[in-house]
Design a protein around this ligand. Structure first.
Ligand code: TYD
Length: 209
């Protein structure tokens, strides 16, 4: 049986990476085989993207959007460890960020419909079964981003203006996609255990379908 593909999205600092690991652990304890993964990936396209995100490589918004798509296609189709391979093995794939991030982050400075079309018309981009969208007040996101990190490790999108703009963008994107995509918006302000339980309750019907 084909596995399930669940994407975690949220502003930087919402704890989505921690939650993804907690949810993976909880599902493994229930007996599921879980594959965790993330974008940008660790392969060549992903490394180029990280150089851009860290301000070390120049790019245009259109080039960045195309690179995120290329990275995503590689991520889907890798014959050994790709998303599609794991889904065909029946695994639950939990992915930290996916195309919703490109819609929100790259959609502003390019043409959102161009980005939608290039993803939705691409047979090598798997549609998620669900997206878990973690939300939290922006001041709290920033406090978490800056705690324990020196300024040079803070990426280009990690300031108040950018986060406010991106939060609005995610909201707009999810409104536009409400008839097409399954999105669970989860309030991520609370204890780690509480949030994990909220996510598990939200995705249960998807896993049991
Ligand atoms: P990362 O170090 O993975 O941070 P996080 O733990 O917050 O996910 O960096 C991801 C950065 O890349 C984040 O600032 C958002 C950005 N990004 C895009 O702009 N577009 C995309 O399609 C993706 C996947 C990420």
């Amino acid at each position: 049986m084909q596995g399930k593909f669940i994407v975690f999205e949220g502003l930087d600092g919402t704890g989505k990476t921690t939650q993804l690991q907690c949810v993976a652990q909880a599902l493994r304890e229930k007996g599921y085989t879980v594959h965790t993964t993330a974008e940008p990936t660790g392969n060549a396209t992903g490394k180029l993207l990280r150089a851009f995100l860290g301000g070390k490589e120049r790019s245009t918004p259109w080039a960045a959007a195309s690179l995120f798509l290329a990275d995503r296609i590689n991520h889907n189709t890798d014959p050994d460890d790709g998303i599609m391979k794991h889904l065909s093995d029946g695994d639950i794939v939990l992915c930290d960020r996916y195309y919703y991030s490109t819609f929100a982050y790259q959609g502003t400075d390019t043409d959102l419909n161009w980005i939608f079309d290039s993803h939705f018309n691409c047979p090598e981009v798997q549609k998620p079964d669900a997206c878990v969208f973690l939300t939290m007040p922006i001041e709290k996101c920033l406090a978490r981003i800056h705690a324990g990190r020196d300024a040079s490790a803070v990426e280009i999108f990690e300031n108040t203006d950018s986060l406010t703009r991106i939060a609005k963008r995610f909201a707009d994107v999810f409104t536009l996609l409400k008839d097409r995509e399954t999105v669970f918006e989860i309030d991520a302000d609370g204890s780690i255990e509480e949030i994990t339980q909220r996510i598990l309750s939200a995705i249960r019907p998807i896993l049991e379908a």
